[in-house]
Ligand binder design. Structure first.
Ligand SMILES: Cc1cc2nc3c(=O)[nH]c(=O)nc-3n(C[C@H](O)[C@H](O)[C@H](O)COP(=O)(O)OP(=O)(O)OC[C@H]3O[C@@H](n4cnc5c(N)ncnc54)[C@H](O)[C@@H]3O)c2cc1C
Length: 439
């Protein structure tokens, strides 16, 4: 069987969802493919929440489709402040994709790229028991692991440029039955046992983040009740009262782009989660009657391959808040690297009143005529990637790729022949006003 589309979006995480919706709304015939039976990737299968910082002062830097997803989740009471449920994300994005007229092809694994010179003609996809070929004019790689780049033998890099190290993996889980009054009272009275970035003006109508319990974790490791890879306990509250999402397990030394390592990580993650749940219930005030609701469908993968694009975003671009004429994304989240055992973790503060930009060139794969990339596998150094990988920025990158892909198809021009200003016109809501004030 062979199918043909204008735009083929590979991977239905937040980047792919945004790319597919944008390209379809701009008039292209779009297919969105994912191995899971639902959209969301890390936002659903990985159960990652909340959305990280994407506003400075009162200015929201990522709007558009990202805000529509938020709106659809709030409508269903699945989002509070910036925290949300995977189930709300799934239904909200299914709805938006359907309304945009995107063909969704789920339960389908991409296995090969058919390349003629520097042009991708089609990809091979295994559906349940059947292999099909999907042709496209423009391909967007939003697989998180740069699968199209890798399978098509286009340039990529994995992990740290010098050491090859990758960020730690984390299996998210969700608990209920937490007595937050008691839990937060304890936190307030033991500030030295928590991260210095924490604030203590707790408001239960907003997301509350708690990270630390260092001495309890240390003692549990000494007592051999907890894996020595766990450094601290980190949770954020969720819409329903008494519930929180835990970003706590810490799985080291494994590569999230290989099935062998991922399998090990799934097992280690579930072992760690049970240890942490038991520790919370027995040792931590406020958690006596708490219970595990669920662990994520898959272990969370922060970093694997990154495409090499026409431009590679650098650490300096992030820390110096560099601006570009062909900017298509803005962000303000600092470099955040969850290191390995022998590596310092890093979480940078950024200036309160400035932002950095991602140029369109960082979303165009080098040496490829019709391949774009967005989200976790964008073209950036490892450190810049540590800042850009978050969900809001991934959504903005996806939307920019969707706009470029549709312009290329509708105008029958190659992606590099499209003037970046016409892409910017389509995604004004995500850009600095400096581009538009003269008009
Ligand atoms: C533990 C952890 C904590 C994080 N914390 C935060 C946070 O608090 N806030 C925040 O904003 N961000 C956070 N992030 C970052 C963020 O969640 C991700 O970087 C972002 O969601 C990536 O989106 P994406 O669309 O690029 O990729 P993904 O969400 O990874 O989506 C890629 C999709 O491609 C599919 N796919 C891959 N290969 C194939 C194939 N061969 N065939 C078919 N389908 C395929 C996958 O199934 C998946 O659905 C965190 C990430 C992790 C792992």
């Amino acid at each position: 069987m062979k199918l043909s589309f204008d735009v083929v979006v590979a991977g239905a995480g937040i980047a792919g969802i945004s790319a597919a919706i944008k390209a379809a709304r701009e008039g292209a015939k779009v297919v969105l493919i994912d191995q899971y039976g639902f959209p969301g990737g890390m936002s659903t299968a990985g159960m990652v929440s909340p959305f990280m910082k994407h506003s400075i002062n009162d200015e929201v830097l990522v709007r558009g489709i990202f805000e529509e997803i938020e709106f659809e989740m709030r409508k269903r009471e699945g989002m509070i402040d910036n925290g949300f449920y995977a189930s709300a994300f799934r239904v909200a994005t299914f709805q938006l994709l359907k309304q945009a007229g995107v063909t969704m092809l789920f339960h389908s694994v991409i296995t090969n790229v058919n390349r003629i010179n520097n042009y991708i003609k089609s990809i091979q996809v295994i559906l349940f028991g059947e292999e099909i070929e999907i042709e496209g004019k423009v391909f967007i790689d939003t697989t998180g692991d740069a699968q199209l780049v890798y399978l098509g033998n286009f340039p990529w890099v994995k992990g740290d440029e010098d050491t090859g190290r990758l960020q730690a993996l984390t299996l998210f889980f969700r608990m209920g039955g937490i007595d937050f009054v008691e839990a937060l009272e304890y936190v307030k009275n033991n500030k030295n046992d928590f991260f210095s970035w924490m604030t203590y003006d707790f408001d239960l109508n907003k997301i509350i983040s708690v990270a630390g319990y260092f001495s309890i974790v240390r003692k549990a490791i000494q007592d051999k009740r907890l894996s020595e890879d766990v450094n601290y306990i980190f949770y954020t509250t969720l819409p329903a009262s008494g519930e929180a999402s835990f970003n706590t397990s810490n799985i080291l030394g494994l590569d999230g782009s290989t099935s062998f390592d991922l399998t090990k990580a799934e097992l280690l993650g579930r072992e760690q989660v049970w240890q942490v749940v038991r520790l919370l219930q027995s040792d931590i005030p406020g958690f006596k009657n708490s219970y595990l609701i669920e662990t994520a469908v898959q272990v969370g993968v922060r970093e694997t391959r990154r495409a090499i694009g026409d431009y590679v975003v650098t650490e300096e671009d992030i820390t110096k808040c560099n601006k570009f004429d062909d900017a298509v994304v803005r962000g303000c989240y600092g470099i955040d690297i969850h290191g390995q055992k022998d590596e310092q973790s890093r979480l940078d503060e950024m200036p309160e009143n400035d932002f950095y930009e991602v140029p369109l060139r960082a979303l165009i794969v080098k040496d490829a005529e019709n391949l774009l990339v967005a989200g976790r596998c964008l073209s950036a150094t490892r450190k810049a990637h540590g800042a850009l990988r978050i969900m809001p920025t991934s959504a903005a990158m996806g939307e920019a790729c969707g706009a470029l892909a549709a312009l290329s198809v509708i105008n029958k021009k190659k992606i590099r022949e499209i003037d970046f200003r016409s892409v910017q016109e389509k995604i004004k809501h995500n850009l600095s006003k400096r581009f538009f004030t003269e008009n």
